[in-house]
Write a protein that binds this ligand. Structure first.
Ligand SMILES: O=C(O)[C@H](O)[C@@H](O)[C@H](O)[C@H](O)COP(=O)(O)O
Length: 321
């Protein structure tokens, strides 16, 4: 079993490295579109009508429609990690059905860290059998600039804990080109995204001109960072690039690529998944009004998508609310 996984891993790694690194030249540069960047503002208020909610349905019928009403909640707090994982799996599966039917594709953005463990129920029945995995396209909101088989790689983390256990097409898994420098990998990933926007695999936000992913699964660090956007870092204000790089990440390893806030905030749905006591202070700052007037805004407080934001917390993370 282990060797089968290893050989699958190496096949997938090879396939991923053969992803378009120099896609066809675009007929127009998307980044030259006029871009409206919303200044950082944290808001938990939702649009009066949740995008697409009324059209959500459950063709394979393991998910009763009535349960979709709990998607109206902005914050879900669970007694256990297992309860959180079950709810997150159901939420993801419902959105997968919705976007597969609406667009013929479901674009999902992963983080690293503890998020991958929180996806563990997706690889179990009923979801593993009922989700149309062929529609999934998988991206990373941030990635460490290390080889794909390195212990620090977010790709490897996701592959070992999730991707190797579901039939997502290898060509739909968009890992970074790990042969490049941080600058090169960020540029390459942005070029790849432009190609996918141009071919309509990835949607585009009419409001911002940035790519609009169907679902972004964001983790949050104890310091309130999301993706590789860290407190006090100038990259928090990047408003032109889609993908950029850091070489001084306070969380090791230092070299990473990351989506920028305009891309994060153009998402249709964001799940902010932050379990554990170490997240309680940042959760309080973000949701409980815990910061004083002079305190620096945490990166997570800048997460304010065009679409719907839902927090997934356990009782330890929510203990200070
Ligand atoms: O590469 C990374 O470091 C991750 O992608 C990062 O953005 C992660 O989501 C947060 O650091 C939260 O990680 P934890 O959930 O493990 O605290």
């Amino acid at each position: 079993m282990a060797s089968a996984s290893l050989s699958l891993f190496s096949t997938l790694s090879k396939l991923s490295s053969s992803l378009p690194t120099s896609p066809p030249k675009l007929s127009f540069p998307l980044h030259s579109l006029s871009v409206k960047f919303n200044p950082p503002a944290f808001s938990l208020s939702f649009p009066p009508i949740f995008p697409g909610l009324s059209r959500l349905h459950s063709p394979k019928n393991h998910r009763p429609l009535a349960s979709l009403t709990d998607m109206a909640s902005d914050k879900r707090v669970f007694d256990s990690g297992d309860d959180l994982a079950v709810s997150l799996a159901k939420y993801t599966a419902d959105l997968s059905d919705h976007f597969a039917n609406k667009r013929g594709a479901f674009t999902v953005v992963l983080s690293g860290g503890s998020l991958i463990k929180c996806l563990r129920k997706l690889v179990e029945p009923p979801y593993v059998d009922s989700i149309d995995w062929s529609k999934w396209h998988v991206f990373w909101v941030d990635e460490r600039v290390v080889p794909k088989d390195h212990v620090d790689s977010n790709y490897k983390l996701a592959y070992d804990g999730f991707l190797s256990q579901v039939p997502i097409l290898p060509g739909h898994v968009y890992a970074i080109n790990d042969a490049l420098s941080a600058e090169g990998a960020a540029e390459d990933y942005e070029t790849c995204l432009k190609h996918l926007v141009n071919t309509k695999v990835v949607d585009v936000s009419a409001a911002s001109g940035f790519p609009k992913f169907d679902l972004m699964l964001l983790g949050m660090g104890p310091d309130g960072h999301v993706a590789s956007l860290f407190p006090g870092h100038p990259l928090l204000n990047e408003n032109q690039k889609w993908v950029t790089f850091v070489k001084d990440s306070p969380k090791p390893p230092p070299e990473r690529i990351t989506f920028t806030f305009p891309v994060i905030n153009s998402s249709a749905y964001i799940a902010l998944v932050a379990p554990g006591a170490s997240k309680a202070d940042a959760v309080y700052t973000a949701l409980g009004g815990g910061s004083s007037q002079n305190a620096e805004t945490l990166p997570v407080q800048r997460v304010a998508p065009e679409g719907v934001l839902t927090w997934f917390l356990d009782k330890d993370a929510a203990s200070k609310l």
